[in-house]
Design a protein around this ligand. Sequence first.
Ligand code: ZN
Length: 161
Amino acid sequence: MTITKDSAVFFHYTLTDDDGNTLDQSPEGQPLGYLHGYKNIIPGLESQLEGKTVGDKFKAVIEPADAYGEHQAEGVQEISHEHFQGVDTIEVGMQFQAQAENGHPINARVIDVADDKVTVDLNHPLAGKQLTFDVEITDIREATEEELAHGHIHGDGGVHH
Ligand code: ZN
């Protein structure tokens, strides 16, 4: 069985950045599961998984545009300390949820703290980065009708609900 639309796919991965730093990896014995063809994972990785089969190991190098997008300069904003009322200490690296103009929550990170302002970055932490995935495919099965209706897989490696 090869990976095609509607496949439930399970794979182990190690994610590294341009400098070879490991950013993330699937835990031992717990491969990540996803439903192929539903944008559950970044597009650059999904397209390279297409047609692969169980046991395949490969390295996928993915440009920012096919991963978490380019880093947008307008995503870096300076805001006043007043926005952090109730927060004891504002530190670089702190993450919090802000509200976009359309009301949707967006994740923000503090990247600089000065006396008069705090600089935050609303970009995804991996925006602008070229990502390398070392992938090993451990299982492929047909998705159930319920999974297809939900657009994601259920059970181990997937969504529990
Ligand atoms: Zn579901």
